[in-house]
Design a protein around this ligand. Structure first.
Ligand SMILES: C[S@@+](CC[C@H](N)C(=O)[O-])C[C@H]1O[C@@H](n2cnc3c(N)ncnc32)[C@H](O)[C@@H]1O
Length: 523
């Protein structure tokens, strides 16, 4: 399909194609059943042989998998059994396939092939959605769509689903997906935002987004072409999400390897992410959230936390989580592999590209790159007391997605802590969060543990070392007694001066509330 602004199939025809895909069970579960778990998992590793073997038969589902995921030509009559063939050819979803001699044949004379990737994608409520992207992306990612160069539009990747899981999903009036690509974030937003705007620098991406939304059977979004916030003017939103082209690369016009719009922002270093974060404040409504995936440089002589803190716009609270750090060699290799450049037949080319990445980092005094999540919340007017809450932390451990509710709860907890001094904290009541357990660490057989750890089994799955008073305190928190009363009882038990205990414990209570082990009651 030459995806263009005019290529959106009439909505009734898109609806008919959707119906046909669903009738053939071309869904996440249907494909998993048809392929079997090993072949399905192999596809995620870009290995197609097991799936090709599993789709040798003639079922409608197997035909659709071969067409839209495996990029095979299939006999036109088989395609006609699986979907409305004339519509699909007229709208450009399919084209004449390869003839036995290798040339392109007309559909009538034998075979057809897909022009785009269509990947079944399950919505959070079990919706059957489809993500439309450039051919080859579903199976091989960027490398699979190789040869399409700068303007390739990728489908679903790990980063896309991470951001979708992190997003705060409260009902809002307006949402913006900046750098929409094949439209996955916009698709999610249609479920809880009255108006959705999706932008991209790459006009092809907007066309793919239109197809993704049409085929998924949801409302269309406002689609705007342009860089960063430029296409939206001074519009403001309740929610902004972006999985931007965050890769810090030497790619610029003329650089070896070339620029890829889905990946390289075209600005030096981490400037694109910084600009995005800094400008977001002006485009958020009061109380609104902006959520980004980002990469950032670790620069010699500078703390990465300070660099990130300096990006936060005035009037916004922020929670920045660094999930991973790679040294510059790992980073260069990751992206050279991702784009398929490691497969260069000419060994020198790979070495030249690798060198260019390292040159760039050396010039910029960058020794490592951090990967993570940035969430901003614009303070509601009149509620800011005692300055913004900016939390910057390293959390490389496993988390439980979706985290949207945990993200919202983080900001509510920061609000609570900012508005409660120590006396108020001691007067407050708390409950232990669900599924927090205590672990005792020490030598086998030892009478007392060396230390006690509280561990969450939900959300961020944090683990925090506490002393015995902290553990005892958390254990008693069932929302009935005030923190002060609990501390007085503990003081009696451990024969400590209750005044001293009340004096020294609020700091630990703050930590336990801030990290979500304890939940304030009645707030
Ligand atoms: C990593 S892809 C994200 C796609 C999709 N939102 C997702 O989550 O899977 C980044 C997208 O940003 C777009 N992009 C690149 N530079 C941009 C810019 N300066 N302004 C807006 N979008 C840009 C690319 O074309 C690409 O579609």
């Amino acid at each position: 399909m030459r995806v263009s602004k005019t290529s959106l199939p009439a909505s009734d025809r898109a609806a008919r194609l959707r119906e046909a895909l669903l009738a053939a069970e071309f869904t996440v579960d249907g494909v998993l059943d048809a392929l079997g778990a090993p072949a399905y998992a192999a596809l995620a590793r870009s290995e197609t042989v097991p799936a090709l073997r599993a789709t040798r038969g003639a079922s409608r589902l197997k035909t659709l998998v071969r067409l839209f995921l495996l990029q095979c030509s299939v006999p036109a009559d088989r395609a006609g059994d699986a979907l409305p063939l004339d519509d699909a050819l007229a709208d450009g979803w399919l084209a004449g396939g390869e003839s036995a001699g290798g040339g392109v044949s007309g559909a009538a004379s034998g075979s057809v092939r897909a022009t785009v990737d269509i990947r079944p994608y399950g919505g959070p409520e079990g919706q059957d959605w489809f993500i439309v992207s450039d051919l080859g992306c579903s199976v091989g990612g960027a490398a699979g769509a190789g040869g399409r160069g700068e303007a390739v539009v990728l489908g679903v990747g790990g980063a896309s689903t991470t951001l979708a899981g992190l997003t705060v999903r409260r009902q809002v009036a307006s949402a913006l997906d900046l750098g929409t690509g094949s439209g996955l974030q916009a698709l999610h937003a249609t479920q809880h935002a009255t108006r959705v705007t999706a932008t991209d620098l790459n006009a092809r991406a907007l066309d793919f987004t239109r197809l993704t939304l049409a085929l998924s059977g949801v409302e269309q979004a406002e689609l705007l072409e342009g860089s960063l916030f430029e296409p939206v003017g001074d519009a403001t939103y309740d929610l902004i999400v972006s999985n931007p082209p965050f890769v810090i690369s030497p790619a610029a016009d003329g650089a070896p390897g070339g620029r890829r719009t889905y990946r390289d922002g075209g600005m030096a270093g981490d400037d694109l992410c910084r600009t995005l974060v800094q400008q977001a404040g002006d485009h958020l409504n009061e109380g609104g959230f902006a959520q980004f995936l980002a990469n950032w440089e670790h620069v010699e002589g500078e703390e990465w936390q300070d660099r990130l803190r300096s990006w936060v716009p005035r009037g916004c609270d922020a929670w920045i989580v660094q999930r991973e750090v790679q040294d510059v060699t790992q980073y260069a290799e990751l992206w050279l592999r991702d784009s398929g450049d490691h497969q260069a037949v000419d060994d020198d080319r790979y070495a030249r590209l690798y060198d260019a990445w390292l040159d760039e980092f050396e010039t910029r005094k960058t020794h490592a790159v951090g990967f993570g999540w940035i969430t901003l919340r614009k303070a509601a007017l009149g509620t800011v007391r005692g300055g913004p809450s900016i939390v910057v932390e390293d959390w490389p451990h496993a988390v439980e997605q979706p985290l949207g509710e945990a993200v919202e709860a983080h900001f509510l907890r920061q609000d609570y802590l900012r508005t409660h001094d120590d006396a108020a904290l001691l007067a407050g009541r708390f409950t232990l969060a669900a599924e927090v357990v205590q672990e005792q660490v020490g030598l086998p057989g030892a009478e007392d543990p060396e230390h006690v750890v509280l561990r969450q089994h939900r959300g961020m799955r944090r683990a925090t070392k506490v002393d015995t008073v902290g553990a005892g305190f958390a254990g008693v928190c069932d929302g009935t007694l005030s923190a002060g009363r609990i501390l007085d009882a503990i003081a009696q038990l451990v024969e400590e001066d209750p005044v001293l205990l009340r004096d020294r414990t609020p700091e630990s209570i703050r930590l336990l509330v801030g990290e979500g082990y304890l939940e304030p009651v009645g707030e």
